[in-house]
Design a protein around this ligand. Structure first.
Ligand code: AP5
Ligand code: ZN
Length: 217
């Protein structure tokens, strides 16, 4: 089994890369953000609770987040491991994750960190459009769809996320530096962190990420 934790600020390109790496690495993308949004679409209690935090740009409480990841990893498609996108995001989540994996006789193999400066993060978030159906991510300038407002892959309409207002974007970046950035040292100390330059083309970032996973053991 292989567990890859993708790190990076909001808009660094975790989702973009995870979608592409799923096939290359033959590992499913496990995105806590996507899981929360899926719950919200299905109008579950969990989704409604998560939305009260997501809409403000704050983190959903650790217990709720850890439980959703635990359930997700128990599904059949995670038999080979998983590509974590947006989890863990706090030291408490990282500790809980480590314990969960230890119970399975497993561990985190590598933590690629997609490094992007805050100014660029804001530009990325401002132009982002997402497919309603498959979740593929586009950008009006950096990665436009062939036909405006339509997904190249399945022809479904694109939408802008509710938490992509200017105010919420700024808050998410702030929360990232306060609560998630400490995880960089956490994983560096364990010898797992590999920094990747996130301000290159999507293809080059992908190439570096694949290399980081290949070099891990
Ligand atoms: P989540 O959905 O995880 O959002 P995020 O971390 O803020 O990350 P984003 O999805 O915004 O960015 P990304 O890095 O995936 O970038 P993307 O590929 O889209 O979380 C949302 C909320 O859920 C959180 O705020 C929190 O409330 C809650 N939550 C989630 N997980 C949680 C947890 N573990 N604990 C507690 N709460 C949690 O790319 C961005 C844009 O840039 C796109 O338009 C893309 O086309 C473009 N782009 C990508 N790469 C490049 C490139 N190389 N060059 C140019 N443009 C690029
Ligand atoms: Zn699509």
């Amino acid at each position: 089994m292989r567990f890859v934790v993708l790190m990076g600020g909001p808009g660094a390109g975790k989702g973009t890369q995870a979608k592409r790496l799923q096939e290359t690495l033959n590992l499913p993308q496990v995105s806590t953000g996507d899981l929360f949004r899926e719950n919200l679409r299905n109008n579950t209690e969990l989704g409604k609770l998560a939305a009260t935090y997501i809409d403000k740009g704050d983190l959903v409480p650790d217990e709720v987040t850890i439980a959703i990841v635990k359930e997700r990893l128990s599904r059949e498609d995670c038999a080979n491991g998983a590509l974590l996108d947006g989890f863990p995001r706090t030291i408490a989540q990282a500790d809980a994750f480590e314990q969960l994996l230890a119970e399975m006789g497993e561990r985190v193999h590598v933590v690629p960190y997609i490094h992007v400066t805050p100014e660029v993060l804001l530009k990325r978030l401002a132009g982002r459009w997402t497919c309603k159906s498959c979740g593929h991510v586009y950008h009006t300038v950096f990665n436009p769809p062939l036909k405006e407002g339509i997904c190249d892959l399945d022809g479904s309409p694109l939408y802008q996320r509710d938490d992509d207002t200017e105010e919420t974007q700024k808050r998410r970046i702030e929360v990232y530096f306060e609560q998630t950035a400490p995880l960089l040292a956490y994983y560096r100390d364990k010898g797992l962190l590999v920094e990747v330059n996130g301000e290159q083309s999507i293809e080059l970032v992908q190439k570096d990420l694949v290399q980081a996973v290949k070099d891990s053991n």
